[in-house]
Design a protein around this ligand. Structure first.
Ligand SMILES: *Cc1c(COP(=O)(O)O)cnc(C)c1O
Length: 396
């Protein structure tokens, strides 16, 4: 099997798993209890808090553990909307956000908030002058992702954060794809809230966190016990939190090295595909993109058919995001960068990890070549296209 869907989820590193193991059967106490058995476990939770904070230049007491990235996005946006509603009811986001952000914003629209969905350029980049033009006196929140999960484009966070802070607006970023993969710093980038998810950087699933800058006065989202300084109720997912902490430390240690090697392999993959497969295009920014992300469109074919045939060769890939697979609508991200429906349908996302090898990439490119050729042979659209080309050739 060749796994090229690391934007969807990653494997848990052995070292991460070993660090989690004692917290199931042996160190199982509820960390919020009084006895000393639980004290050592709360210590482990707090170590993880420091480990997660260190990677983004945050204070440990600005990290609030959640059950993943989707919860963190929902919390940040809904709670900020509620906390700042006296000031206004206008929110700015982008058209290419993850559905955890987009659907939350749509929910708030039904509650009487106004949302501006900023367009992006042909590479998926948010334009800073468009952000500035969208700001109104009643704007209370700007939420723009750090890097896009489908096409890998890295957004200009620092510029957006600077602008938000100059205008006294809270800035949230969904950094689920970026955390552990590219350098991030909450102070340098003027970030007030950041969503993070463990399973996107070799930690376990079902655990994440929201960074909340001191002074940002959002309320709790999950009501109940007094965990997480009364801001997020629910017994701590101790093994998950411990695992995410170790994964953060490993990511920090290897960030530059992994980034370089993934980028080199990614660029090799992109070069081969664009050179060897006619009528293919790269989606997303060629330079400002996540180290492991490659996203292509192949004209005259259906992305779904390509995925099924790649699967028969043992290759795990996706057409965009896991959330849209199963629906027949083309990706909102590909439409937002201006692709027509028929081209957006023929998309393929390959996302690498530091474990991906050149042999795997070579095998995958060969398979894509063969499959695309085969699918095009069966495509009436492609047949028409070729006939047209021939006619043009005859006229000339
Ligand atoms: C995966 C992902 C999420 C959701 O995170 P979960 O932990 O799976 O809930 C949110 N935003 C982005 C950009 C993602 O890639």
């Amino acid at each position: 099997m060749i796994y090229l869907d690391n934007a969807s989820t990653t494997s848990v590193t052995q070292e991460v798993f070993e660090a989690m193991r004692p917290y199931f059967c042996e160190q199982y106490a509820n960390p919020s209890a009084i006895y000393s058995f639980s004290g050592t476990i709360m210590k482990a939770v707090d170590i993880a808090r420091k480990q997660v904070a260190a990677l983004i230049g945050a204070q440990h007491n600005e990290i609030y553990f959640t059950a993943g990235g989707s919860e963190a996005d929902n919390w940040a946006i809904k709670a900020a909307a509620d906390a700042y509603k006296e000031k206004g009811r206008h929110i700015i986001t982008s058209a290419i956000e993850h559905h955890a952000v987009l659907h939350t914003c749509q929910y708030l629209e039904r509650q009487g908030y106004e949302v501006t969905y900023l367009p992006v350029d042909e590479n998926g980049m948010v334009q800073i002058d468009k952000v500035e033009a969208a700001i109104r006196p009643d704007t209370i929140l700007i939420t723009i992702m750090a890097a896009n999960n489908e096409i890998g484009t890295i957004e200009p966070l620092r510029e957006i954060g600077e602008l938000a802070h100059k205008r006294g607006i809270v800035f949230h970023t969904d950094a689920v794809q970026a955390y552990g993969h590219i350098p991030l710093n909450v102070d340098e980038m003027h970030i007030d809230m950041m969503s993070i998810s463990g399973h996107k950087f070799h930690g376990p699933k079902g655990v994440g966190c929201l960074y909340i800058r001191k002074g940002i006065r959002i309320g709790s989202f999950i009501h109940g016990g007094a965990q997480e300084r009364s801001r997020r109720a629910g017994t701590h997912n101790v093994p998950g939190i411990v695992g995410m902490g170790v994964a953060a430390t490993l990511a920090a240690k290897q960030l530059e090295e992994n980034k370089k090697s993934e980028e080199a392999l990614r660029d090799y993959l992109i070069k081969r595909v664009l050179e060897e497969i006619p009528h293919s295009r790269l989606n997303g920014d060629p330079v400002k993109r996540l180290p492991g992300n490659a996203n292509f469109c192949f004209r005259f074919i259906e992305g779904e058919s390509l995925l099924i045939l790649l699967d028969q060769k043992g290759i795990c890939a996706s057409s965009g995001s896991a959330c849209t697979s199963g629906s027949l609508d083309p990706s909102h991200v590909l439409l937002a960068i201006g692709l027509p429906h028929e081209i957006a349908h023929g998309s393929l996302r390959l996302t690498l990890s530091e474990d991906t090898t050149k042999e795997e990439i070579d095998f995958t490119v060969e398979q894509i070549k063969t499959i695309v050729e085969r699918l095009r042979k069966m495509s009436p659209l492609y047949e028409d296209f070729i006939k047209q080309q021939e006619r043009k050739g005859n006229v000339q």
